[in-house]
Design a protein around this ligand. Structure first.
Ligand SMILES: Nc1ncnc2c1ncn2[C@@H]1O[C@H](COP(=O)(O)OP(=O)(O)OP(=O)(O)O)[C@@H](O)[C@H]1O
Length: 312
C-alpha cells in the first residue's frame, strides 16, 4: 500500500528556555485531512511545540517539516500553507469585522472570498461591529475565519475554546469539524478532554515536554490502566487486599462506603465472583466505560496526585 507523506513531521524536537527544557524530544506526524490533537497539562510544552511548527520559535535541535519545508528557513511559504489563529492582541479593538477580513485577505496571494467565509462562520450580521464589541464565541469565529483566509492546507488552533460558555464551545467544535470536512488539516492544542475526545482523529498526550502517548481517543482509553470503571457500595466492608489481588483489577479507590475499580470488561465478572464468594452484595452497582479524562490522568504525571493507586 502506498503511504502518503505526512503534512507535518516533527522529529525529536527540543527547545529549552534559560537551560530548562520545555520540549524534550517530541516526535509526531500529522496526516493530511485529520484533526490532530496536542493534549497536556499546563506548562507541558504544547504551545512551544506548535510555535516551532509555525516557525515562530527556532528549535534548539530536531527537525520540523511542513509539506517538506522548514518553517524557519521557508517561513513565507509555510505561513501560506499553515493558517494560524489570531492572538487577540493582534487586532485593534476598534477595527470592524469587515475591515479585519479585508486586511487579512490582502496579505495573501490567493485569498479565500472573505464574504463567503463570513457567511460560513456566521459573521455576516457582525461585519459592521467593532472587534472589541464581539462576544467570546464571535471573536473565536473571526479568529477561525482569519486563519482560513489564505486558503491554507492546515490550521493551527491553540486553546480556541478556552473561556467560552458550553454552547459557544459546542458551536465552535462544529465549525472545527466543518473545517476538517472542507479538506483543511487541523492541528488542535487543547486541555479539554471532552473536546479532544469529540474532535480529534489522533492525539499526542504531551507531559513535561515529552510525548506520553499517541493514539486515537479510543486507543488512548484502551491503553490506559482501566477502560472500564466499576463503582458499588458493598453490603459490608470488603478487604482491600482481596480486590487488589484480582489480576483483572487495575486500580482500587475507596470513598466513604463506595468502592471504585478500574479494569476491563473481564473485571466485572471477576468482581462479581469475588463478591459471591465473600457473600457480599453490591448496592448501587454501576459499570461505565472510561473516558479520555481517566486515560489522561493515567497517562500523565497528574495521576500521582489525583488518583490513589492500587494500594490506596
Ligand atoms: N518565552 C518563554 N520564556 C521562558 N519560559 C517559557 C517561555 N515560554 C514558555 N516557557 C516555559 O516553558 C514551559 C512550556 O510552556 P508552554 O507554553 O509551551 O506549555 P503549554 O503546554 O502550552 O502550557 P499552557 O497549557 O499552560 O499554555 C513552561 O514551563 C513555561 O513556563
Amino acid at each position: 500500500m502506498q503511504r502518503t507523506t505526512p503534512l507535518i513531521e516533527v522529529t525529536d524536537l527540543r527547545k529549552a528556555y534559560a537551560g530548562r527544557p520545555a520540549v524534550d524530544g517530541v516526535s509526531f506526524t500529522v496526516e493530511e485531512g485529520e484533526i490532530f490533537g496536542i493534549l497536556g497539562p499546563n506548562g507541558a510544552g504544547k504551545t512551544t511545540t506548535v510555535e516551532c511548527v509555525e516557525g515562530l520559535r527556532v528549535p534548539d535541535s530536531g527537525t520540523v517539516r511542513v509539506a517538506g519545508l522548514d518553517p524557519v528557513t521557508d517561513r513565507e511559504e509555510v505561513t501560506r500553507l499553515l493558517g494560524s489563529q489570531l492572538q487577540e492582541s493582534e487586532l485593534q479593538p476598534k477595527i470592524l469585522v469587515r475591515e479585519a477580513l479585508e486586511l487579512y485577505a490582502a496579505l495573501y496571494p490567493n485569498p479565500a472570498d472573505w464574504r463567503a467565509l463570513a457567511e460560513r462562520l456566521g459573521l455576516v450580521d457582525k461585519l459592521a461591529t467593532r472587534f472589541a464589541k464581539l462576544s467570546g464565541g464571535q471573536k473565536q469565529r473571526l479568529s477561525i475565519a482569519l486563519a482560513l483566509i489564505g486558503n491554507p492546507r492546515a490550521v493551527v488552533l491553540d486553546e480556541l475554546t478556552t473561556g467560552l460558555d458550553p454552547r459557544a464551545r459546542r458551536d465552535t467544535w462544529k465549525l472545527i469539524e466543518d473545517v476538517r470536512d472542507s479538506g483543511v488539516t487541523v492541528l488542535l492544542v487543547t486541555h479539554f478532554m471532552e473536546e479532544a475526545q469529540r474532535l480529534c482523529d489522533r492525539i499526542a498526550v504531551i507531559d513535561k515536554g515529552r510525548v506520553a502517548a499517541m493514539d486515537s481517543p479510543a486507543g488512548l482509553i484502551r491503553r490506559s490502566a482501566g477502560s472500564t470503571v466499576i463503582t458499588f457500595v458493598p453490603s459490608r466492608p470488603l478487604d482491600n487486599a482481596d480486590l487488589v489481588a484480582l489480576p483483572e483489577v487495575a486500580t482500587v479507590d475507596h470513598k466513604g462506603d463506595q468502592v471504585t475499580l478500574t479494569g476491563t470488561d473481564a473485571t466485572v465478572n471477576a468482581v462479581i465472583t469475588l463478591l459471591a464468594q465473600k457473600r457480599v452484595t453490591a448496592r448501587q452497582l454501576r459499570v461505565v466505560d472510561a473516558t479520555l479524562d481517566d486515560a489522561f490522568l493515567d497517562l500523565t504525571e497528574e495521576h500521582e496526585s489525583a488518583t490513589p493507586g492500587r494500594a490506596a
